[in-house]
Design a protein around this ligand. Structure first.
Ligand code: PLP
Length: 447
């Protein structure tokens, strides 16, 4: 029989991978995990500095989730939510999310991934505006460096070249406005607040240029994740929301990374005073143990959609596995654990260790900016600190530093030359220190 590595090279089409280089490097096969650590085939231990893909908030080896999944598998391994059918985990999860999320008078739609939740949001927005008799109000604005998924529509919302080059994206009706990264895009002498005002004015200009009666919604991650962990400048969301309100443009908060404690509050919306019309969550919803996502819509968004479904005869959208009972049961248990262990309180307690540690690394010659809040952050590596000059992308400095960190037993992810940190939310202070120490070794070697 072939080894896993041989079988990988022969059979697996890897996502987000340089498919030409992959056969040279081969796969890194992870075989097990415990707490904030994972182990490869050779038994080498790594601290998972990005909680897998920003999702494994409770770390590995959480027995309660495994037990709930096994019990649900035995009780009711599948049922669906189409045509008024229901099952207890799906209904109870909707009830729990309705109670938790800052979306007024909400209804909860369940899907399997962040992309599907955001894609569903787009379809609901279009459906609603048809119902309201304004079929021309369909354009959706997101931001450069945003990440909202990879389906045809959400890959269009995403504002990263790698997701669009070669794929014929973005599609029509999807527009982008400027990224709210003050350190990179703030002008000389411009304060953070002035920069936020400029970004809001740009949004308003875009809406006016397109025609407010053609613009339906604005998507935003409270803290941009895959775009390099961009924390919005002071006052940004307040100013943006004023513009959206003025032109009757819905606000969709993509909390796929920020939801359930990551920023030091239950939701990024709480941290930044965002009052969304729709919110999407995934990843931490089940601590990444099983695929599940949710779209939480306000009563105001829901009502016209409801009426339209009556006219048409059905709301013609749904996913076979949306709200699957096993992931739904695991998500419910995850939410229970968050409450019992006061996960938000824990994040607040240990966040200074990560944030101060990242700020201390700002002294390093390779680090241009250290940024973040709660248990999410990034270090931006630059060729020249004073001028903020970026490295030539061909040098792949971020990826090289991450590879060195891996040799020292830390798994991280580089977005260009921004190295992101988002460990499991259960991480303790000592492990954050160890993670940063190991990363410093990698930085020193790369210098
Ligand atoms: N939205 C955000 C903010 C994300 O970070 C991601 C994934 O990283 C998505 C949406 C897409 O989620 P998925 O990969 O589950 O489709």
């Amino acid at each position: 029989m072939s080894t896993v590595a041989e079988a990988d090279l022969a059979a697996l089409f890897h996502p987000y991978t340089n498919l030409v280089k992959h056969p040279e490097t081969g796969p890194m096969v992870i075989t097990r995990g415990q707490g904030v650590r994972v182990y490869d085939e050779a038994g080498k231990e790594y601290i998972e500095g990005l909680a897998g893909l920003w999702c494994t908030t409770l770390g590995w080896g959480e027995e309660r989730l495994a037990e709930v999944a096994a019990a649900q598998m035995r009780e009711l391994p599948f049922y669906h939510l189409f045509s008024s059918k229901a099952h207890t985990p799906g209904v109870r999860l909707a009830e729990a999310l309705k109670a938790l999320a800052p979306v007024s008078d909400s209804k909860v739609f369940l899907a399997c991934s962040g992309s599907e939740a955001n894609d569903t949001a787009i379809k609901m927005i279009w459906y609603r505006n048809n119902a309201l008799g304004r079929p021309q109000k369909k354009k959706i604005i997101s931001r450069e460096r945003a990440y909202h998924g990879v389906t045809v529509a959400t890959g269009s919302l995403t504002g990263l070249p790698v997701n669009q080059r070669g794929f014929d994206l973005p599609i029509e009706r999807i527009l982008h406005t400027g990224c709210p990264h003050y350190w990179r895009y703030g002008e000389k002498g411009e304060s953070e607040e002035q920069f936020a005002t400029r970004r809001a004015e740009e949004l308003e200009k875009l809406i006016l240029a397109e025609g407010p009666d053609t613009v339906a919604a604005f998507f935003a991650e409270p803290v941009m994740g895959a775009g390099g962990v961009i924390v919005p400048p002071k006052g940004y969301f307040e100013k943006i929301q004023a513009v959206l309100k003025k032109y009757d443009v819905l606000l969709v908060a993509d909390e796929v990374i920020t939801g359930f404690g990551r920023t030091g509050n239950m939701f990024g919306c709480d941290t930044f005073g965002i009052r969304p019309d729709m919110m999407t969550v995934a990843k931490a919803l089940s601590s990444g143990y099983l695929p599940i996502s949710a779209l939480i819509v306000s009563g105001e968004v829901f009502e016209p959609i409801k009426a339209q479904s009556g006219e048409i005869g059905s709301f013609g959208h749904g996913l076979t596995y949306g709200g699957h009972p096993v992931p739904a049961a695991v998500a419910l248990e995850t939410l229970k654990i968050y409450a019992e262990r006061d996960i938000v309180g824990h994040v607040r307690k240990v966040a200074p260790v990560l944030q101060d540690g990242l700020r201390a690394l700002q002294q390093h010659p390779l680090v241009g900016e250290a940024r973040g809040l709660g248990l999410i952050g990034a270090l931006e590596l630059v060729a020249d600190k004073d001028t903020k000059t970026a490295f030539d992308p061909k040098l792949a400095v971020g990826a090289r530093v991450v590879a060195k960190a891996q040799a020292h037993g830390v798994i991280l992810r580089a977005m260009g030359d921004a190295v992101a940190f988002a460990p499991p939310l259960v991480i303790e202070a000592d492990d954050i220190r160890l993670l940063l120490e190991r990363f410093r070794l990698a930085l020193d070697e790369a210098h």
